[in-house]
Write a protein that binds this ligand. Structure first.
Ligand code: AMP
Length: 217
């Protein structure tokens, strides 16, 4: 299955991509995770992306498009993939289409996580991520087994610097201006299905799997 998860920051895309990629046996491709990894390792790409990410601005299209292009040509993406946080601009979306056409791997579905503002704020301010493997948690809704410790790798959980209140506001503005036009873009291509990002993780996961079955995916 080849999916795009579309929606504002805090809609739950990362959490659901994590769960679904395991259940479906497909690659989880998160540009945010890839960029954070590059930043941690201080690669030239990470150094370039740093200032944009810290402000909650988008990293230039060319950088992320090249990242995703390389990632999708890897063997594991041939079995299917879930794109989480990409595309985020019309330019990224058209370039993705071109790449996927060359690879003969068209998208099956774009899930739009429609999410209310109060839920977004609550999610982002309570989100914690693993400092080593990047797995997502929430201090109330998606707790680790041991407080402050990642279930998957045992490292400490931290707050993302861009989940601070001042940056959240900018990220939401950027989403409205740059990314929300993609809802119509995929609607026109008949690929869009809307789900509620307000739902609890388990409930939405069940709903999405029902949706996949109804579409024979
Ligand atoms: P995320 O983890 O998806 O919320 O992404 C965190 C940050 O990484 C964003 O606020 C952007 O600065 C950057 N980023 C992630 N994905 C993209 C993308 N597709 N295009 C541009 N910037 C991105």
């Amino acid at each position: 299955m080849r999916l795009v998860l579309l929606g504002p920051p805090g809609a739950g895309k990362g959490t659901h991509a994590q769960v679904l990629s395991k259940e479906l046996g497909v690659a989880h491709v998160s540009t945010g995770d890839m960029l954070r990894e590059a930043l941690k390792k201080q690669t030239p790409l990470g150094v370039k992306a740093k200032a944009f990410m810290e402000k909650g601005a988008l990293v230039p299209d060319e950088i992320v498009i090249a990242l995703v292009k390389e990632r999708l040509s890897n063997g594991d993406a041939k079995k299917g993939f879930i794109l989480d946080g990409f595309p985020r601009t019309p330019e990224q979306a058209t370039r993705l289409d071109e790449n996927l056409e060359v690879l003969r791997m068209p998208l099956d579905l774009v899930l739009y996580f429609k999410t209310s503002l109060s839920v977004i704020i609550r999610r982002l301010s309570g989100r914690r991520v693993c400092s080593r493997c990047g797995k997502n948690y929430h201090i109330k809704n998606f707790k680790p087994k041991r407080d402050g410790i990642c279930d998957a790798c045992g490292a400490a959980l931290v707050q993302r610097p861009d989940d601070r209140e001042e940056t959240i506001e900018n990220r939401l503005k950027v989403y409205d201006k740059e990314t929300s036009p993609l809802i119509d873009y995929y609607k026109r291509k008949n690929l869009l299905a809307e789900v509620s990002g307000d739902l609890e993780v388990k409930e939405l996961n069940l709903q999405m799997k029902k949706l996949f079955r109804s579409k024979d995916l």
